[in-house]
Design a protein around this ligand. Structure first.
Ligand code: MG
Ligand code: MG
Length: 257
């Protein structure tokens, strides 16, 4: 069953999503070669709690940390650790916050130091795919219109679209109906109605779309060990144009100086 949100509920999801955005910006200012993902995780947890939120992922099905931190060939659900981040690598960071009983959820793939042009292009196209999906998230369209837009843009650029992990509804729960796949047919699936709050989150691989689940029960990597990128916004379906409830503005202000 889908729970369509009232404007009051959307306001609460927006507040949680903006705390997610500010948490990203907070860690973005520390993210560089030599720093460990576990150090960034501690900074994020403290920042979220200082601002009245609760880390949404910590303890979720037993996940041990605040952020999912997935470097290079890790697609999603990487566990922060003490290893130093290295120059010419990427780090996908997924952050969720619970505040006032409503969740926000957003992911961003960061460049660590100077990064090869072909990897920069993977990040660019993955982010573009997300926005092409969001453009389709309007009243009267269907879930498949979002899915197709994402898949089409990624595959036209020669990249692999992960099938096994999908976007989702959210609100009082971190994962609600409907599922929002990053691949699919135009005009298929659930019709989009006003007040539908969803996280759209393409996971795009430089090589094969195939993935591998590690025996830590969490980490997912690409089968060919080539890099993977992940960008995610929490949005609400509206008439004519979706409203993005999370934000990359705070992050990009930091990383673009
Ligand atoms: Mg997420
Ligand atoms: Mg999500």
């Amino acid at each position: 069953m889908i729970h369509y949100k009232t404007e009051e509920e959307i306001d609460l999801v927006r507040e949680s999503s903006l705390l997610v955005a500010k948490t990203h910006a907070e860690i973005a200012s520390f993210l560089k070669p030599g720093v460990s993902s576990l150090e960034l995780d501690k900074i994020a947890e403290e920042f979220i709690r200082d601002n009245g939120g609760v880390p949404a992922f910590k303890g979720y099905n037993g996940f041990p940390c605040t952020l999912c931190m997935s470097p290079n060939e890790q697609v999603v659900h990487g566990i922060p650790n003490k290893k130093a981040l290295i120059e010419n690598s990427i780090l996908s960071v997924d952050c969720g916050v619970l505040m006032n009983n409503y969740y926000g959820d957003s992911a961003y793939t960061y460049e660590v130091g100077e990064v090869d042009l072909e990897v920069k292009n993977l990040l660019k196209i993955t982010k573009e795919s997300l926005y092409k999906g969001i453009d389709m998230a309007v009243v009267g369209n269907r879930i498949g219109d979002i899915s197709f837009a994402i898949q089409n843009h990624a595959e036209l650029n020669g990249y692999g679209v992960v099938r096994e992990l999908v976007g989702h509804g959210l609100g009082k729960s971190l994962h609600e109906s409907p599922e929002v796949p990053n691949y699919g047919r135009r005009g298929s699936g659930q019709k989009l109605k006003k007040g539908l709050v969803i996280a759209i989150e393409p996971m795009i691989n430089m090589g094969t779309r195939k993935i591998l689940q590690h025996n830590d029960g969490w980490t997912i990597t690409t089968l060919d060990k080539k890099p993977s990128a992940h960008f995610e916004h929490t949005i609400v379906v509206r008439e004519g144009k979706a409203e993005i409830l999370s934000s990359f503005k705070e992050i990009e202000k930091i990383i673009n100086g």
